[in-house]
Design a protein around this ligand. Structure first.
Ligand SMILES: Cc1cc2nc3c(=O)[nH]c(=O)nc-3n(C[C@H](O)[C@H](O)[C@H](O)COP(=O)(O)O)c2cc1C
Length: 308
């Protein structure tokens, strides 16, 4: 799998998930076999204004390569400036968010608002500005369209390709669907037929085998996994998630190590409680274990609980 000059070991990519895909979780997914990992979405304004919280989201380590930074914004000049800043860092790819349906993002003409017909020229200018200012390949992540009457993904992908994108990712749902219904794989197949650049399929992948099935069904070149990786970083391995607690503990302990090393103290406890309890899902006694985890006062109490 190639995206411009960037060669990936395998075609399974960790999706950007705001609030989840911090450095620790991205490293964990890399260790499990993800071919590429993507940051949470990062505001170009936050970056241009040097906001501490935004800069912290760009923290990386050499073991994380290859990794991608996802930017969002709606002003070509600001996006171009942010792209120049990011591509001067140890980053392998810049992705542009044109799929986020969150109202406060859409209201500012960012995310999936860029798929509205009246914003087509703006979307094109944004891609051109990022490509012009970036020393790394640029990709665009978008949805099927605005609603079921405007499934424009194939045409939108052609615009991205002409504007200089090195690949596109399609979350095969419309804005109107938000996260409901099922991702429509026929849209991914139509995008694949529409462009020459690589196409990354996204939406509802529930296992490694399901990711392979999406590639076979649609012809897409790679797949991106979001919610399917939460509580299940093993999804990047063909063997999948171990059935037993003993089988899952080594990865959970590894996550704790990575989290203690890389997550800010302020966010640490909330994030580890969240990820660790998700990793126990489906096991006998998982509900009781979750209650114990949630009651832990700090990270070391949680680590001790896992040794018991
Ligand atoms: C909690 C959460 C946070 C997300 N954050 C982002 C984001 O920052 N950028 C983005 O492009 N998509 C974001 N998404 C969308 C996912 O990347 C992905 O496109 C979507 O969840 C469909 O894939 P999945 O079914 O594998 O989860 C988010 C989704 C969820 C559930």
């Amino acid at each position: 799998m190639r995206i411009g000059p960037l060669v990936l070991d395998n075609p399974f990519i960790l999706a950007p998930l705001a609030g989840y895909t911090d450095l620790a979780f991205r490293l964990l997914c890399h260790e499990q076999g993800a071919g590429l990992v993507v940051s949470e979405m990062i505001s170009c304004h936050g970056l241009n204004y040097g906001q501490q919280q935004t800069i912290a989201m760009l923290k990386t380590v050499p073991e994380e390569r290859p990794w991608a930074v996802q930017l969002f914004g709606s002003e070509p000049e600001s996006m171009g400036r942010a792209a120049a800043t990011v591509s001067a860092m140890p980053v392998d790819l810049i992705d542009i968010n044109m799929g986020c349906p969150v109202p406060k993002v859409v209201k500012k003409h960012c995310g999936v608002a860029l798929m509205k017909p009246e914003n087509r020229a703006l979307a094109e200018q944004l891609i051109q500005a990022v490509v012009k200012n970036s020393g790394v390949p640029v990709t665009v992540k978008f949805r099927s369209g605005w609603d079921d009457k405007s499934i424009i993904a194939p045409d939108f992908a052609r615009m991205c390709e002409a504007a200089g994108a090195a690949a596109v990712t399609v979350h095969a749902r419309t804005w109107a669907q938000q996260f409901g219904g099922r991702a429509d794989r026929s849209v991914i197949a139509a995008v694949k037929r529409a462009v020459k650049i690589p196409v990354i399929g996204n939406g509802d992948i529930s296992s490694h085998a399901d990711g392979l099935a999406m590639m076979a069904e649609t012809g897409c070149d790679a797949v991106m996994i979001g919610r399917g990786a939460l509580g299940n970083p093993w999804i990047f391995r063909p063997e999948g998630r171990p059935e037993s607690l003993a089988g899952r503990l080594p990865l959970i302990r590894r996550y704790l190590e990575l989290a203690q090393e890389h997550i800010d103290t302020g966010k640490l406890l909330f994030r580890i409680k969240n990820h660790v309890s998700r990793c126990l899902a489906g096991l006998p006694g998982a509900v009781a274990a979750r209650q114990e985890i949630m009651a832990c006062p700090d990270a070391s109490a949680l680590a001790e609980l896992l040794v018991k």
